[in-house]
Each structure stands twice: as structure tokens, then as C-alpha cells.
Design a protein around this ligand. Sequence first.
Ligand code: ASP
Length: 439
Amino acid sequence: MRPKDVRMQLHTKILLGLVLGTLFGFLANVLGITWLQQTLVALEPIGTAFIRLITMIVIPLVVASLMVGTASLGDLAKLGRIGGKTVGFYMCTTAVAVTIGLLVSNLFRPGSRIDDTTRDSLSAQFSGDAADRMTLAEEAPSVMDTLLNIIPRNPVQAAAEMDLLSLIFFTIVFAAAISVIAPRRREAVITFFEGVNDASMVVIDWVMKLAPYAVFALIASVVAQFGLDLLRSLLAYSGVVVLGLAIHLAFTYGLAVRFLAKLNFLEFLKRIAKAPLVAFSTSSSNATLPVTMETAEEEVGVSKPVSSFVLPLGATINMDGTALYQAVAVMFIAQIYGIDLSVAQQLIIVLTATLASIGAAGVPSAGIITLIIVLNAVGLGDQVQAGIALILGVDRILDMIRTSVNVTGDITAASVIARSEGEELGFKPRTKEPAVPVG
Ligand code: ASP
């Protein structure tokens, strides 16, 4: 038996870890207490161990839950319908996010507030790292190859390389096949994967007990190392990104949750908080996926067929936070170099940032690599290296924030799709038994 309000305590503990970690890191950095700084940086492996532990369960969870979810959908037409709605909703919200990013950057013009000396010193400081990112971007495959790569040559290899999109593709095809084979055989396969799924959920529950300590270690080591100095010089830019993300959260998700999922938005945020908090600490939608799925199912009541389909897909292709950030970053870099982007160019940003965020993997810093594609598309090819170097310093912290938004967007979509399929959503009482019975 689980103690009564263990779930609420976990939220609170994670938040506490976050606040204390920031505070300690900040003190060590600002007061220049070297031994504290070193100790906090040395704690990072605790955070890394946590990230590896939850990432470890991603493959068994995605395969098992998608297999059970899709095979139990009953008919293939339903699969097609949910698939269409999911991709449509993801594309629309991402395009809205980019538009919000463009609006706030046009309004506040963060690039006009940086003087030339700051610009040049930041560019010089990070130019080496920026060159590395550019090499990574150059290695990125073409659009046609990206589409072809969704079909795995070998599903085991796709799993081994954490290539989620290919793995999802294979699993859906396989599960669709399972749903049409003889019932006796079908039951056997589904029962097997149900067991794998339940066991994965138990592992997640275990690992999450570590979350508050891991969050403390991750945040404290980042803040102790980088401090807030960089943030100050790029305050206007970071502020505009955060403002855009807040608007997207409050309006786009607020309206979708209220009117499409028909849930109270504030209560929704409170219930799902664990997932964005873990996303904030890990900067990875993929690593957060097990927590995202558990939260959507247990806290909001999304059914397994919907959550197992919508959420893994979302972790890979739905990145509203990333797309919005890319829009602001492109505008910021253009403004710094005194380049005015026309309305047509800004429309290109809407298109390419939406596509680039689909192409970005749900791992830390993926967004800054695909940003290079957007910069090239609007004709800022010459400014790429210096531009990336400019914003690289604050990228880690912005990555944490945009990843939280990405994950919140995924749970919002799962709730909206579930409701559109006629599911009864609702916040479960906190005193309920664990969803996965143990023993
Ligand atoms: N870290 C982000 C995610 O995992 C991607 C990015 O914006 O870099 O969702």
C-alpha cells in the first residue's frame, strides 16, 4: 500500500530540490566559494545517474505500451483517425508557438538592446563551441532522407540507437498486424506486453523516488558553474523567450485544456507538474517520457491507447517550446546585426521552425542545432556561427524552460485527443491506489 498523499509529496520534494539546488549553486557562484562550487559540480553524477535510469526504461515502456495500446484499439480506422488528429494538433500548436515568438520579438526587439562590445565579446567567447554545433548541423540528413529514415531497416538497431520515430513506426505496424491475427495468439502477445508495461511502470515509480535529489544535483551543478552573469548580458533575449513561452502556455494550452479537453487549467497544471519539473531538470523530452506517460494516465485519466500513441510521438515531433525559442533566436540575431526580416521571411520562419522542431530530437540542446537550418533558410547563413556563439551561453537554461513547455504541450495534446475520442477525463482523487497493482 502506498501512503495517502505520496504523489503530492513527490511534487513538493522535487520543487524543493529545485529551489535549494538553485540557491546553493547561486551562493557558491556569486560569493565565489570555491569548495562549495567544486562540491556541487561533483554532485552532478547523481543527476546523470537519474537521467540514465529513466532513459533506460524508455524503450521497453514505449514498445510495450504502444503495442498494447495500438493492438487494443480494435480497428485500424480508429488508429488512422487518432494519428491524423494527433499530427494535425501538433502542427497547429507549433505554428501558433512560432507566431507568438515572432510577435514578442517584433514588439520588444531584444536584439536592439545589446551593444557592439558585448556582442563581440560573447561571440569570441563561444565561437569554438558554435563551430562544433555547425559541424553537427552539416551532418544532418536531407528532408527526403529524414522521411525515409522513419522506416527502420532493423527495429532492434532503431531501439539500440534510441531512434524513437523509427521504433514507433515499426511498433505501430507490428501492433496493427497483431490486432488482425487469431484471437488466441493475439491474447498471448498482448498479455506478454501488458506484463512488460506494468513492470516498466513499477521501475519508474522506484526511480522517481530519486528525483528530488537528482534535481538538486543537476540544478546546483549548472548554477554553480555558470552563475547568472551570462543571463544578465542576454537578459532581454532570455526574457523575451520566457515571455513568449509563458504566453503560449497560458493562452494556447490554457484554451485547449479548457475548451477542448474541458478541464480546469490550473488544476491541470498542478496535477501534471511532476512531468515539466523533470523535463526542466533533464532538458530532455525523451528522458522525461516515462514520467509524462504515467502522469497523463494517472493524473488526468487519459487512456492507455491514446497516451501510448500520442505521447511517444509528441516527445519526438512536438516541440512548441523549441520552435518558439527558434523564432525569437532568429529575430534576435537578425536584430543584432541590423538586418530587417520582411514579413515573407518571417513566414519562412513559421514554416521552417515548425519543421525544424519536428526534426529536433528530444535530447538536450537539440534545438540549437536545428536552429542553424532556420537561420540558413531566412538568408542569415553568414551570421550563423557568430549568432549561435552569441546565444550559446544562455542556451542551457533556456533549454530547460523550453523542454518543460514541450512536455506540457504533449500532455495537453493527449488530453485533447482523448476527449475528442469521447473519453471521460478527470482528476483522480489523490488517495487512490497505485494504477499498477504490485504483487
Ligand atoms: N531539449 C529539448 C527537448 O528535449 C529539445 C531542444 O529544444 O533542444 O524537448
